[in-house]
Design a protein around this ligand. Structure first.
Ligand code: AMP
Ligand code: ZN
Length: 459
């Protein structure tokens, strides 16, 4: 498979070539664990999961790192505002201590992992917590100070973007003459784009040679990615909101520190909005996976909805959309139920090639799903071969297709199902309902689908 990805760094679709043969190092910016993840956040990890599984389909071994930001994340990309973790301590009535911060982090990380499992997202190879990597942060900050690419102000250590001429290569960076970001926030900053890599805090924080405090959010990602993936690695992902500040900053710090290229491929997934609004953890309009399941939707219906759009397309969440996706998932299951597990099916080359081709083309999940539907409806392919083919597809789509069991419908039940279908065709609803009840009393249920009645066991 010749994988092609759109690289935010070069603004081009490029053939993927890893640094080391058949091995890929991938870093996905992870959750800030001061609250539950919302379904928008979860899109970023469904995307990372599909990327990982596509790489595995192409026979690469993937070392995947999803960091856990459990300290030092300020209220926005900027360097001001109340730290999100401190805010969570206050909200939950906990003492202002590092231990209490970790308790909050552990709690929301466990909730995050449950969401990943429910969405059939594989766990990363490493889930490093920022608070366990202070030593690595200090090493970087100290070295940047030493090199003169960072400087001290009264509230922290700042990276001097003036000392990194290629700053902003990913695009969207603050313009150099943005006086507001320089003076409005910190008049000691040399350039508008300079950012904190360490913030002083004399009461709560970690001891460091340059002063007690917390690492900046950006330095945490640079330090953890380096520890697990090395100075230069293959793929870095995150949501599009990370491009302009967080990721430009990561590049500046890491490349200044190592003197080497940081990352070869940058991939960014777009947002899930509600109506016209962005969904934000700090706002009121956020929906969790639990909200969806409480309304009776399977997490996999959400996964299917996400995969139905290309990752670089913005999605607007509404209940009709998730309802339609839920119906589509049920229809998929109905089809799969009728497929034969008997005998040795062989994956159908033409469909496998189309499916792999769709994913190779910058993770074209909508085309991959369209291929799945076409295969299921193709009457020229045997049920055994269909089943063998979709098992392969589900290794990447992970919609639970491999878990769908066939239902063996006894002859007497099938006769009743056919009779009910005839009654429905004749619009004899009373008779159809009576037959449905009779079928139910015998332990089977009927789901009517656009492709005909689907029979499942109700026992
Ligand atoms: P956070 O936990 O806020 O640091 O964000 C975790 C991930 O979710 C990051 O990759 C963000 O870019 C991404 N993200 C945040 N909000 C949204 C949203 N509304 N839709 C999609 N992705 C988002
Ligand atoms: Zn990050």
């Amino acid at each position: 498979m010749d994988l092609k990805f759109y690289n935010t760094l070069t603004k081009k679709l490029e053939s993927f070539v890893p640094l080391t043969d058949r091995k890929v190092g991938m870093y996905n910016c992870g959750p800030t664990v001061y609250n539950y993840a919302h379904i928008g956040n979860l899109r970023a990890y469904i995307f990372a999961d599909v990327l990982r599984k596509t790489l595995e389909l192409a026979e690469y071994e993937v070392i995947q790192v999803i960091n856990v930001t459990d300290i030092g994340h300020l209220s926005s990309d900027g360097d001001d505002g109340e730290d999100k973790m401190s805010k969570a301590l206050r909200r939950e009535g906990k003492p202002m201590t590092l231990d209490a911060m970790r308790e909050i982090a552990d709690f929301y990380f466990e909730a995050f992992k449950k969401d990943l499992t429910a969405l059939h997202i594989l766990p990363a190879t490493h889930f490093p917590f920022a608070s366990d990597h202070i030593k690595e942060d200090i090493e970087m900050v100290a070295a940047l100070l030493e090199k003169g690419t960072a400087y001290k102000t009264s509230d922290g250590i700042y990276f001097d973007t003036g000392a990194f001429p290629s700053y902003g290569a990913l695009g969207g960076a603050v313009s150099l003459d943005d006086e507001h970001s320089r003076i409005g926030i910190n008049s000691e900053k040399k350039n508008a784009r300079d950012f904190a890599i360490w913030k002083f805090n004399s009461e709560l924080g970690y001891d460091a040679p340059f002063g007690k405090g917390f690492p900046g959010w950006h330095i945490e990602c640079s330090a953890m990615s380096r520890k697990y993936l090395g100075d230069t690695f293959d793929i870095h992902t995150g949501g599009i909101d990370h491009i302009s500040v967080h990721h430009n900053n990561e590049i500046a710090q890491s490349e200044s520190f190592t003197g080497k290229k940081y990352v070869n491929f940058w991939l960014h997934s777009d947002f899930v909005n509600i109506g016209e609004d962005k969904m934000a953890k700090s706002g009121d309009n956020f929906l969790t996976l639990r909200t969806l399941t409480e309304k009776g939707f399977s997490p996999l219906a959400y996964r299917l909805w996400i995969l139905g759009a290309h990752y670089k397309t913005v999605l607007n969440f509404n209940w009709d959309a998730i309802e339609a996706s839920s119906q589509a998932l049920k229809r998929l299951y109905s089809h799969v139920r009728t497929l034969s597990r008997e005998g040795a099916g062989i994956p159908v080359t033409a469909y496998v090639e189309r499916f792999n081709g769709a994913l190779s083309n910058d993770l074209g999940t909508p085309d991959a799903i369209a291929t799945l539907w076409e295969l299921l409806k193709d009457s020229t392919v045997s049920k055994q071969d269909k089943y063998a083919t979709i098992l392969g597809f589900d290794k990447v789509l992970s919609l639970g297709l491999a878990d769908v069991k066939t239902v063996i419908v006894p002859e007497n039940i099938q006769t009743l199902v056919d009779e009910r279908e005839n009654a429905r065709q004749e619009k004899n609803w009373t008779k159809a309902d009576e037959l449905r009840n009779q079928i139910k009393s015998l332990g089977f249920e009927i789901n009517d689908t656009p492709d005909g009645p689907d029979v499942v066991t109700s026992l």
